[in-house]
Unconditional design. Structure first.
Length: 370
């Protein structure tokens, strides 16, 4: 095998997909309840995304950020008008978006600390990894970037002080098991940041693009951050990330402060427009909330499920049996794609276009495993 051994892959090769269904090299169909880890929020090969990509690829694929390209300029305006944003920095992934956010807040308050929550996951590049307080991920690569303080989430409001550049936090922690941040806690963190002039950055890489039942998770919290990071579902399956910067920090970056060769390319931007066209619709988002409740209620009825939590179609179940083995059996025995985020936690991130019938189908496949 010539691939670097950086992933613990299942021995399955997927060759095609449509909607919520994947097909392997033998033509066997799988029900996808992971969405490429919240990337394929519109499922596989959504016709509007495919059409947008094909049309744009036939006109212009790449020009570099020495110039403008129309789909990207329009996407920046669209993200700002649909959020608190004043301007946008584009990149290619969630880790890159968080790297940009770290640089932004460090320039705004030089040498200030960035406070992060225990169990957070912000990426695997050096700055983002340094903001990810998980020993197993950090230890092999020490020394890390200095200036990060990791605390239990409940302790963050009292820890913010004049030396704090920012608090970087996920409204829902995805990689550590769909841990929901209390709205009152987020409000307290906002107040603490305001009191000392620190910035508040929401990592919405996994929660964004309708995953929690609103276009952005912050809309449900009553708390508006100074910046938010996006990626995963933004491009309808194509790699694109963004740092949406609010009014307070809009003038911090200057030419030369940051950059990326491929960021905000015409094709990825066109795909993002197509994804927004479908997802940014209240009826669509209401349906995400309804189906999320249906999934949670169904999971609660399964034997072996101890507890369930989630927001929209971002759901986790604590199970009495080993979650990693269950996820493996779900794939190989029931042709259901899910994953385990811990020894007892199963995570469900179905495409937002999933039907009630497919939710019932997934629950039936799970029931056969217990």
């Amino acid at each position: 095998m010539t691939l670097a051994p950086t992933y613990a892959r299942f021995d399955v090769t997927f060759e095609s997909g449509s909607g919520c269904v994947l097909r392997d090299a033998d033509g066997v169909e799988y029900l996808d309840f992971l969405s490429g880890i919240a990337v394929n929020n519109l499922g596989h090969c959504h016709p509007r995304v495919v059409a947008a990509v094909q049309e744009q690829a036939a006109k212009l694929i790449h020009v570099s950020n020495l110039f403008y390209n129309e789909p990207n300029v329009r996407l920046a305006a669209r993200l700002c008008s649909r959020s608190f944003g004043a301007n946008v920095f584009f990149c290619n992934s969630g880790a890159e978006a968080n790297e940009a956010a770290i640089k932004l807040v460090r320039k705004a308050r030089p040498r200030g600390d960035v406070i992060v929550a225990h169990n957070a996951f912000h990426g695997r590049t050096y700055g983002a990894l340094s903001a990810t307080p998980q020993e197993s991920k950090q230890a092999p690569f020490a020394p890390l970037v200095p200036g990060f303080r990791a605390l239990p989430a409940l302790e963050i409001p009292d820890a913010v002080d004049a030396q704090t550049a920012a608090v970087l936090i996920e409204p829902v922690q995805g990689e550590s098991g769909v841990n929901l941040m209390d709205f009152e806690l987020l409000s307290a963190i906002r107040a603490a940041c305001d009191a000392v002039g620190a910035a508040l950055v929401f990592d919405e890489v996994q929660t964004g693009m309708g995953r929690t039942g609103s276009l952005w998770a912050y809309e449900q919290t009553g708390v508006v951050p100074d910046a938010m990071t996006l990626a995963k579902g933004l491009g309808g399956g194509l790699p694109i990330g963004a740092l949406v910067i609010g009014e307070r920090l809009k003038d911090v970056f200057a030419p030369g402060d940051h950059g990326s060769t491929f960021a905000g390319g015409p094709v990825a931007s066109a795909a993002a427009h197509a994804a927004l066209d479908v997802i940014d619709d209240e009826a669509f988002l209401a349906r995400v909330r309804e189906l999320g409740e249906l999934l949670q209620e169904g999971l609660k009825e399964l034997p072996g499920v101890v507890s369930v939590r989630g927001r929209g179609l971002m759901v986790a179940a604590e199970v009495s049996a080993g979650a990693p083995e269950l996820a493996k059996r779900a794939l190989l025995e029931q042709r259901l794609v899910i994953n385990a985020t811990g020894p007892a936690t199963l995570r469900f991130l179905p495409p937002l276009i999933v039907t009630a019938e497919q939710v019932g189908d997934a629950l039936g496949r799970l029931r056969a495993l217990f």
